[in-house]
Design a protein around this ligand. Structure first.
Ligand code: TRP
Length: 448
């Protein structure tokens, strides 16, 4: 069979680590805490967890099934299963490209902040105004963010160029456990700060009066973004899974790990934020302005901030790798480029987009798309539109179109595993998930 040349991942742990590497990223540590802070803390968390369980988990199993059944890149996978559905794969490749456009920029900032932590530059400032001024000066500077973004793209490129086993699998095996250890240390430290319990209360106590339809869409978009679903990343990764990999367990483990990291990030950030009396909803700059100020007041501040930004770099890298792989695998398999050329083409194209997104925060800020600069437009378009739309059609495809035998075979590993939740799983995929996605979506377009 021609599939035998295709790379596969090692043992059971590898599938979980690689997929968790994709899921756990800036979405959990940078995006989740400020989105939760902006949308009512604990109440947002409750809705977020419901979205993860009801929509995220079944969709991840669905994407895994499509990937492993076809053993192809996102476009090839949908095309192989049903020609008419290849658009879903294209939606994925496009979304991966657009996400990388702004993700690489933020990843670049994390690298720059890590360097500044290590050199002690960050510790030279002390007030919130100084940190704000420093951050604004930095992101508006045309060259410095570009330089670090370039550095990050280069690192991603070389992991991808090394291939699936040597690059992606090995890096996930080292980086993921490292990330966990760092995050737990930070969370414990933050909880022990004076006044920290108030922050924890804000984060965990639900207040449903803050919840509107827009909050639900935000929670949904955040859940999809954080779990890396809706755009074929998990299809691409599952195409490298072994026949013995248990798809349900893998999806469950990845979902638990991803949610745990988001929770830990909240526990590392909110108590510290409250401890020094800063607004929890200070937007995307929460970890770049608020946290350095907090670290500064702590003993060993340089160590803590270096460790924290190292954590962000690690988390971001395993995620940019997965997004890059979606495009590289597509070009390699569909356009018949060598893997190396496909990786270079992806790197070149994302470099241009990321550079424009980076400049859109400074010199190109006047350049607006529906009132948003390019950076914000890319974030909004992907998290609030392309991911939910991709998720909706994935439900319809796997729930209604895909041959039931194929799904059954993937989920049970050809009859070897029981499938006790079959009825529930199909009910979610066929009815509940698409209905929720449609309602939330229409409501946000102002249909009701
Ligand atoms: N999930 C990653 C994060 O939380 C980002 C990411 C990687 C992603 N692959 C994706 C988001 C696919 C959406 C779709 O940072």
């Amino acid at each position: 069979m021609k599939h035998t040349q295709r790379a596969t991942l090692g043992g059971k742990l590898s599938a979980v680590l690689v997929a968790a590497g994709s899921s756990v990223g800036l979405g959990n540590i940078w995006r989740f805490p400020y989105v939760a802070g902006d949308n009512g803390g604990g109440a947002f968390l409750a809705i977020y967890i419901l979205c993860v369980l009801i929509l995220g988990l079944p969709l991840m199993i669905a994407e895994f099934s499509v990937g492993r059944a076809s053993r192809k890149n996102a476009v090839g996978a949908y095309r192989a299963l049903d020609r008419k559905w290849s658009f879903l794969g294209y939606n994925g490749v496009l979304a991966a490209f657009l996400i990388l456009g702004f993700y690489f920029v933020v990843a670049g900032w994390t690298a720059e902040y890590m360097v500044h932590s290590v050199t002690g530059e960050l510790a030279r400032y002390s007030t919130a105004e100084e940190y704000t001024a420093m951050f604004e000066r930095f992101i508006q500077n045309p060259w410095r963010p570009l330089l670090y973004t370039l550095l990050f793209i280069t690192a991603t490129h070389f992991v991808i160029a090394l291939g699936v086993q040597k690059g992606i699998e090995r890096s996930a095996k080292v980086l993921m456990p490292l990330l966990f250890i760092i995050l737990i240390a930070l969370a414990v430290h933050s909880l022990l700060m004076p006044g920290g319990s108030e922050g924890l209360r804000f984060f965990l106590k639900p207040d449903f009066s803050k919840i509107t339809a827009a909050t639900v869409l935000t929670a949904l978009g955040q859940a999809f973004f954080s779990l890396s679903i809706g755009i074929g990343t998990m299809v691409t990764y599952a195409s490298y899974f072994k026949p013995e990999t248990n798809l349900r367990h893998t999806a469950l483990n990845v979902t638990i790990l991803d949610t745990l990291v988001a929770l830990l990030a909240g526990i590392a950030i909110f108590p510290a934020v409250f401890s020094v009396g800063i607004q929890p909803s200070s937007g995307p700059s929460l970890v770049f302005i608020t946290l350095p100020g907090i670290f500064n007041g702590m003993p060993w501040s340089m160590v803590w901030s270096s460790v924290f930004f190292l954590l962000l770099v690690v988390a971001a890298l395993t995620s940019t790798i997965s997004l890059h792989e979606v495009i590289t695998a597509y070009m390699h398999e569909e356009w018949h480029l060598s893997r190396k050329s496909a990786a270079w083409a992806t790197t070149g194209a994302t470099l241009v987009l990321a550079a424009l997104a980076s400049l859109s925060l400074g010199v190109l800020n006047g350049w607006r798309i529906c009132g948003l600069n390019l950076f914000d437009a890319l974030d909004y378009l992907t998290a609030n539109i392309l991911l939910p739309v991709g998720g909706f059609f994935t439900c319809i495809f796997v729930g209604w179109r895909l041959d039931r035998k194929i799904l059954q075979m993937q989920v049970t590993n050809d009859g070897q595993l029981p499938f006790r939740i079959r009825t529930l799983f199909l009910f979610l995929l066929r009815y509940l998930c698409p209905a929720i996605l449609l309602l939330v979506f229409l409501d946000n377009l102002g249909a009701f």
